[in-house]
Each structure stands twice: as structure tokens, then as C-alpha cells.
Design a protein around this ligand. Structure first.
Ligand code: NAD
Length: 472
């Protein structure tokens, strides 16, 4: 099927630093090996991208657009194999993996169709001033393990569309679907335009400080994003930092439980809760905490937990043991402090990293389960008394990725949502994203946006063209 070696300057290469195992989270057992590259190989990848940039930057918009359309055709054609690979390395159920692939296709086609405008700033008898956008050079993409395939697409496609060359570095936990993606991209672009390196450690900081890289688009945790930013200062790399979140959702008093509870459950447990903009803290009026907790728990109990390749499974494993242990630790901490675990709350006694969807009530701000990003299958349901007070509590976080307000009065909900301190505010939904709407966080959730024209322009540098007209 796909070749799991790195791609440097159009050639598949073995890792000079050996191999590492890729574990299937549904079994806890290694099912593939991946090459561990060396820093010298990173240098080769950057040099190849620099060389390829000379030509690629001159390719026309129509040429690049056509390349992306052909890539999307192949992705669509190979969707089933790609989705099965995602299940094997990441754990999500097959239907969700299929939507990850098809989402990737949609994002690729959107990037293909995007225009990079030349803006006429001023035109008068004596001068014309235009704002142009040019590619940056070599872009490095560093991705996490939760939506490995789709996030790689979010990084790579606009970078290529804008005329940059790319060095991709997937998470060492989920590199295979990115290696497959790069193999497909490489069929349609000149050699060196796309490169991928894999390894377990050391690459992140070598990329961040590499003088031949002009921009890093990074998706991952806030702590790593801070390290990237420090190391990137040497050559003033451009950065897009899509970091962690601890999204609050506020349900307004009197909201009909059955009207919103299914959507709230899906928004919280999307991808087993391992989604940056998942709903992570649910604030419910004290009169309805019990009703919401029970309604959520009853949906949680209906989930069929198991290997995502089994057709009946709706809920897969946590991707890795470390994340599972963090989730278990946060639930145990809440339990010790009087939290009520309505369902789940214990790792399943079977092979693989299975932790059932867990609902906890009786928890408060200041406790770890509420204040920290759980990034896994547990949702705290927190009581509030007063709407103004709960808004302050929702905003009392270092994170600012997304947030939502739910209620039957859309005007009231919208008025409150607009006061959330977050890059995105949703009303009666959460974690909705689409290719044409800029997405990104504030505060420690990062800066810069992806998607839409704003996202595309982050892969460009501006040049102001100032033309003095002949006198007379
Ligand atoms: P992580 O920060 O541990 O790793 C992300 C990537 O950074 C991996 O490829 C890793 O190998 C690499 N890396 C490790 N050390 C590095 C260093 N010193 N310099 C540069 N790169 C380095 O994150 P993760 O555990 O893979 O992902 C989970 C986190 O990602 C969560 O906090 C989640 O909220 C966040 N996330 C955010 C978004 C978003 O759009 N805001 C999307 C998905 C995930």
C-alpha cells in the first residue's frame, strides 16, 4: 500500500536514526514501524524545499490550483484506504475517519479555488499603489495526533496554493496517514515542493530554530507552542500557533434539555473528546444540573465502545496511554473532591486504551477537571446561579479558543456569546468549522488563523508596489 519512508527531494529515504513503533490504540500493540530521521536529513529536506521554491514560486495560480484539484481527486479515490489507516494509528471509528478524509478533500478543493487578490490601494493621475502578496519560502508544518490527516491538509494545502514549499513533521504517534498524504501530493508537484520527515524527538526544536525555514504552522499544545515561539526568534519566522483550548459552554436557564443535549454530547465527545475546539466545560443553571447530567449520561451509556474498524462501534479508544492516564487522573481528582461520576470513570479492563465517555457533576471552578484541558472522554457539568457571574467564570481562563451559549432565545444567547473571550463564539452549536471561515484562538490558545482568505494570506508576505506616473 503506502510507503512509510520519509520523502526528501522527491526520493523515499530510510531514517538515518533507526525506526520507531506505531501503536494501534485499540490493541495497545505496535502494527507498523516508521523511520527516525536525523538532523542532517532535516537539513536536506529544507535545502530541497529551498531549491524547489525557485521554480514553484513562479508557477501560475492556475497551475497550482490544478495540482490541488488533482491531489483532491486522488484523496477521494483512495478515501477508504486512508480512512482505515487513520483508524489504525489514531483510533477513531471508521465513519469519523472517513469524514476526516472527506473533510480533507473539501479543504483541498477549497484551497484550490481560492484567489490571492491584488488590492488597488490608490489610483490617481500621479500614482498607483497596489498591494501584492508573495509566497514566503519554506514553510514547516508541525501537527498533533488527534486529527493527523486533516490538520496536515489544513497546513499544507494553503501553503502550496500560495506558492510555498513545505517540510511536514507529523506527530510521532500518528505519522502514517501524513506519509500517505505526502506520497499522494508528491505525485502532482515538482520534486522538493513537498517533503516529510519523521522522528520521535529532537526535530521540533531543530525545525523551530532552523535558519532555512521562513514560517512554521504549528498545531499542538500551548507548552510546545511557547517553545516553538522562543526558538523561532533567530530568523523572525512567521508563526501560526493553533494551541490548546478549554472551551466553555453556557446553557441559559430554562433551555429544554432534549432540544440541545444530543448536540452538546457530540460537541464534547467528538473524536473521544480529543478535539481542540471540543466543548470542555459545561455550565448549566443549578436548577437543571441533574437533568442535564442524567440526559448526557444516558447518551454516554448508549455508546458502543471498541475498535473503530468494527462497524457497530461509535466510540473508540484514547489515542495514547499518556492521555488516558491524564483523563483518569483528572476524574480521580474530581471524585476525591466530592464530584459525582454519573457514568464511566474507569479505564476498561481490556487491551487497548479504552476509557468510556464520562460525565461528572458536583465539580467547581478551581478543580483540575474544570480548569485544565482534559482533551479526552470526560465532561464536567458545573452549576451556576447567575448569568453575569457565569460569563465571568467562563472567561476566567488563560485559554481562548472557542466558546458557546445555548438557549431558546437566540438574541439573548448571541448577546452573551459576543462577550466570550474566545477566537470563535458559537450559538446553539459548538466546534463548527468550515473552509471559508477563519478559525483561530486568542490568549494562550495561540494567534493567527487558518481557513478563509485570512488563513491563506498567512502563507504570504506583502509587497506594496508604488508606481509614480509620468508627469504631464
Ligand atoms: P504536542 O504539543 O505534544 O505535539 C504537537 C507536535 O509538536 C507534535 O508533532 C510533536 O512531535 C511536536 N513537538 C514536540 N516538541 C516540540 C518542540 N520542542 N518544538 C516543536 N515541535 C515539537 O501536542 P499533542 O499532544 O500532539 O496535541 C494535543 C494538543 O494539541 C492539545 O492541547 C490540543 O488542544 C492541541 N490542538 C489544538 C488545535 C487548534 O487548532 N487550536 C487543534 C488540534 C490540537
Amino acid at each position: 500500500m503506502y510507503d512509510y519512508r520519509m520523502l526528501i527531494d522527491g526520493a523515499r529515504v530510510e531514517g538515518e536514526a533507526g525506526h520507531f513503533d506505531i501503536i494501534n490504540p485499540a490493541s495497545g500493540v505496535a502494527f507498523a514501524q516508521c523511520g527516525a530521521g536525523s538532523i542532517a536529513q532535516l537539513d536536506q529536506a529544507v535545502e530541497a524545499a529551498q531549491r524547489a521554491f525557485g521554480e514553484w514560486r513562479l508557477s501560475s495560480h492556475a497551475q497550482r490550483s490544478a495540482c490541488l484539484q488533482r491531489i483532491a481527486d486522488d484523496l477521494e479515490h483512495e478515501a477508504d484506504a486512508l480512512a482505515r489507516l487513520i483508524v489504525a494509528e489514531q483510533g477513531k471509528p471508521l465513519a469519523l475517519a472517513m469524514s476526516e478524509v472527506m473533510g480533507g478533500v473539501a479543504w483541498t478543493r477549497y484551497a484550490a479555488g481560492q484567489e490571492i487578490p491584488v488590492e488597488l490601494v490608490e489610483e490617481n493621475p500621479s500614482q498607483r499603489v497596489e498591494l501584492h502578496r508573495k509566497p514566503l519560502g519554506v514553510v514547516a508544518s508541525i501537527t498533533p495526533w488527534n486529527w493527523p490527516f486533516m490538520i496536515a491538509i489544513w497546513h499544507i494545502m494553503p501553503a502550496l496554493r500560495a506558492g510555498n514549499c513545505v517540510v511536514s513533521k507529523p506527530s510521532s504517534l500518528t505519522p502514517l496517514s501524513t506519509l500517505a498524504l505526502v506520497e499522494i501530493i508528491a505525485r502532482h508537484v515538482p520534486r522538493g515542493v513537498i517533503n516529510v520527515i519523521t522522528g520521535e524527538r529532537g526535530f521540533g526544536s531543530a525545525i523551530s530554530s532552523h535558519p532555512g525555514i521562513h514560517k512554521i504552522v504549528f498545531t499542538g499544545s500551548t507548552a510546545t507552542g511557547q517553545r516553538v515561539m522562543q526558538a523561532a526568534a533567530g530568523n523572525l519566522k512567521r508563526l501560526t500557533l493553533e494551541l490548546g483550548g478549554n472551551d466553555a459552554a453556557i446553557v441559559l436557564p430554562g433551555t429544554a434539555v432534549q432540544e440541545v443535549v444530543e448536540d452538546i454530547f457530540q460537541a464534547a465527545f467528538l473524536n473521544m473528546g480529543q478535539t481542540c475546539a471540543a466543548l470542555k466545560r459545561l455550565y448549566v443553571h443549578e436548577s437543571q444540573v441533574e437533568a442535564f447530567g442524567e440526559a448526557l449520561a444516558s447518551i454516554a451509556r448508549r455508546q458502543v465502545i471498541g475498535d473503530g474498524l468494527q462497524p457497530e462501534v461509535t466510540f473508540g479508544p484514547v489515542q495514547n496511554l499518556e492521555q488516558l492516564q491524564l483523563v483518569a487522573e483528572l476524574v480521580d481528582d474530581a471524585r476525591r473532591q466530592g464530584g459525582r461520576v454519573l457514568c464511566g470513570g474507569e479505564r476498561l479492563a481490556q487491551p487497548g486504551y479504552f476509557y468510556p465517555p464520562t460525565i461528572v457533576t458536583g465539580v467547581h471552578d478551581g478543580q483540575r477537571l474544570v480548569d485544565e484541558e482534559q482533551f479526552g472522554p470526560v465532561l464536567p457539568v458545573i452549576a451556576y446561579r447567575d448569568v453575569e457571574e457565569v460569563l465571568q467564570r467562563a472567561n476566567h481562563s488563560d485559554m481562548g479558543l472557542g466558546g458557546s451559549v445555548w438557549g431558546s432565545d437566540p438574541d439573548q444567547a448571541q448577546a452573551l456569546a459576543s462577550r466570550l473571550e474566545s477566537g470563535v463564539a458559537w450559538v446553539n452549536c459548538h466546534a463548527q468549522i468550515q473552509p471559508n471561515t477563519p478559525f483561530g484562538g486568542c490568549k494562550l490558545s495561540g494567534f493567527g488563523v487558518e481557513f478563509g482568505l485570512e488563513g491563506l494570506l498567512e502563507f504570504t508576505t506583502q509587497q506594496l508596489l508604488y508606481v509614480r506616473k509620468p508627469k504631464g
